[in-house]
Design a protein around this ligand. Structure first.
Ligand code: WTA
Length: 655
């Protein structure tokens, strides 16, 4: 732990050093790992192409650093503590020895099922330790894992499998989520109808429900593991060999496969975990994210295990069996560092303090937040009632593309300020620019957040489409990585993230592209066109507001009534009219659930006869956003619209 920063003075000095000589700074951190062969060049980069390589020609396997190197001293230490969806089911504790053996076993299983270095393996799993085991086994064999969040639909799953031509899928019969059971294998079977690259499916038994196993393709996790040896020599990987792909939404088209590589990601997640959370050997660290998101990759699996920490994996949801589940689990497991999302905090805050009061929460030392801006009310509630005013709140800003935390307080070191992600971590060089890309210097400025120098965890490419990576992140401003976020730097030089400035919504901390949701809505047979925008939502942070144009025929037949905002305007029976609209809305929601996921369902749907478009046909979302926010006092210049009158109509019908 010689890389731990323990005072603000030390942070200032370390930061200075990291900017003046980034290569030397990261070299010193990288030295602490187990390499099969040391790197001979620290960094090669060019943001125009972009080409970014760290620790060139180094050879390693990340799992030796997550597992093997801890065995001699800490083999019996718990690596994973698993908390079931069912609060009465006993915890599972897996030591480093056991995790090492299971990972080796599953690496053998992958090999026995035809997987080799470089193959892509899709993981669509419940939050059980076997998901972490599968992730690490892929890394051990050198296969590229692509974890797909198990809340995604069959179509989203098959799209992701096809985009990276995954050869094998690991899944489970089903999963538990609160009081629901979801038939995962059934969803997979639907997805697998259109995934020619998949040769084998390994099925973990979790719910014991009846499923179909396809002979020759589907095999059971437990019977494969039974046959496999608990030893597997970690495959030698180059620093820049791909480690994983994780799909994330952008402002255009389908989600893109963000690609991270072995050494840089390893060094970065290790370092950020150690410092932000001020890791100590006896910590019980709990990150409540799902491993289907980057937060779970970096701070349930890799960051903690690289540090030899004990990491908690939680299968359930914050409100089951009641809204005290997080707090009772913290007491039960004596969690010391807790990391969750503002949306969870807001929903638990809304459930009231009666769910918090029965618990001591006195094991907690640091509490963290990630995924979206945390509003002041939620920040104070978290700080006062969960952290009991003694735990620093680390509001950590970062992205799937950054691999690890970028701007954040270092617990006990950086003075916090509610709603501020505060200061860049060492090695992170943020810059704020205006719309033309001019740097906004000094303090008390607000602009677009970019990075001017690479850090080891930065995205390398978008899988199979390097041009897309360039367009999305490196072309908006010359020689800068563009984050897509608006940001303010205050009088103390502290950073406060305002939110996305592009067409990406952040719903309960989940990134969703407007185009993605629109494409799904447009699949409804009566929908001609749609436009969706995010609007402020008390719990979710942002809700989804959809404006849809439906075909004339359905209006004429009275299937859909566009005059919902004007009662008595139709002769139909009012209740019938409402029913029709409601059923149409439900159909739209169902389609979105089916095509993407229930998390992408629009909260509000408004039928409109036209959308505000420029003469060149571009939808002016700025106007729709204002209407969705309920703030129509200043819509800005609408004279450039093709048909300004639609704006009035939309305002009248708005919800
Ligand atoms: C937002 C999640 C404000 C931001 C790790 C970013 C935040 C997007 C914060 C990335 C924060 C993340 N404060 N906004 N502390 N953390 N965001 O890829 O808009 O799922 O661009 O990564 O979430 O979301 P992603």
């Amino acid at each position: 732990m010689q890389h731990k920063i323990t005072s603000f003075q030390q942070y200032v000095e370390t930061y200075k050093k990291s900017v003046e000589n980034p290569e030397q700074f990261w070299n010193e951190i990288a030295e602490s790992f187990q390499w099969k062969q040391k790197w001979n060049q620290t960094l090669e980069w060019n943001f125009e192409e972009p080409t970014i390589k760290w620790f060139l020609n180094g050879k390693l396997n990340i799992t030796e650093n997550c597992l093997d190197r801890h065995l001699a001293e800490n083999g019996n230490k718990p690596a994973i503590i698993w908390e079931s969806n069912d609060s009465n089911e006993p915890n599972r504790t897996i030591t480093y020895f056991e995790l090492h053996a299971e990972v080796c076993r599953f690496a053998n299983v992958l090999q026995n099922n035809g997987i080799e270095k470089g193959d892509r393996v899709c993981l669509y799993m419940p939050m059980v330790p076997e998901l972490a085991i599968a992730v690490l086994a892929c890394a051990r064999i050198g296969a590229v894992h692509s974890v797909v969040f198990a809340g995604f639909s069959a179509q989203s799953l098959s799209d992701r499998i096809n985009d990276s031509a995954c050869k094998l899928l690991v899944t489970a019969d089903g999963l538990y989520r609160g009081n629901k059971t979801v038939g995962l294998k059934e969803i997979c079977d639907e997805a697998l109808q259109s995934t020619p690259s998949i040769q084998k499916v390994i099925v973990y038994k979790r719910t014991n429900q009846d499923i179909k196993m396809q002979l020759g393709r589907d095999v059971w996790w437990h019977s494969e593991m039974h046959k496999a040896a608990a030893h597997f020599d970690a495959v030698e990987m180059d620093s820049e060999d791909p480690l994983f792909i994780l799909y994330t939404s952008g402002s255009t088209g389908k989600p893109k496969g963000v690609l991270h590589t072995c050494a840089g990601y390893m060094v970065y997640t290790y370092y950020t975990f150690l410092n932000v959370f001020q890791y100590e050997a006896d910590d019980i660290f709990w990150c409540t994210a799902d491993i289907g998101w980057i937060t779970g990759h970096s701070y349930i699996v890799y960051g903690p295990l690289l540090n030899g920490a004990t990491t908690v994996m939680f299968e359930g949801i914050p409100t089951y069996p009641d809204a005290g589940r997080f707090w009772s689990t913290i007491d039960k497991l004596q969690v010391t560092k807790f990391y969750t999302a503002p949306t969870a905090i807001r929903s638990l805050m809304a459930s009231g303090l009666d769910f918090v009061k029965p618990y001591k929460l006195d094991s907690l030392k640091v509490i963290g937040s990630v995924g979206e801006p945390i509003n002041e009310e939620a920040w104070f509630w978290y700080h006062d009632h969960i952290g009991k005013e003694k735990c620093p709140v680390v509001d950590t800003w970062w992205q799937t593309e950054t691999g690890g935390i970028m701007i954040s307080p270092i617990a006990f070191v950086t003075p916090t300020k509610p709603t501020f992600a505060t200061l860049p971590l060492p090695g992170v060089q943020p810059i704020l620019v205006d719309n033309e890309g001019n740097e906004l210097e000094g303090n008390n400025v607000e602009g677009l957040l970019c990075m001017k120098f690479p850090w080891p965890g930065i995205i390398r490419t978008t899988y199979g489409d390097h041009e897309r990576c360039k367009q999305a992140y490196f072309s908006t401003f010359k020689n800068l990585y563009f984050t897509g976020d608006g940001c303010k730097r205050d009088e103390d030089g502290y950073y406060r993230i305002i939110g996305r400035v592009d067409d990406v919504m952040n719903v309960s901390g989940h990134r969703l592209g407007t185009a993605e949701v629109e494409n799904a809505i447009n699949e409804h047979p009566n929908v001609i066109e749609s436009a969706v925008v995010g609007y402020p939502h008390d719990i979710k942070g942002q809700g989804i507001y959809a404006f849809v144009i439906v075909d004339k025929e359905s209006i004429e037949k009275g299937i859909i009534d566009t005059d919902a905002a004007l009662p008595n305007s139709v002769e139909n029976d009012d209740s019938l009219r409402l029913l029709n609209i409601t059923s149409f809305e439900n159909e739209v929601k169902n389609i979105v659930s089916k095509i993407i996921s229930p998390i992408a369902k629009p909260d509000k749907i408004q039928i409109v006869s036209g959308l505000p478009k420029t003469r060149s046909g571009k939808i002016m979302r700025r106007i729709l956003r204002k209407i969705a926010e309920g703030d129509v006092s200043n819509l800005g210049d609408i004279t450039t619209l093709l048909d300004p009158s639609v704006v009035d109509e939309i305002i009248k019908g708005s919800k």
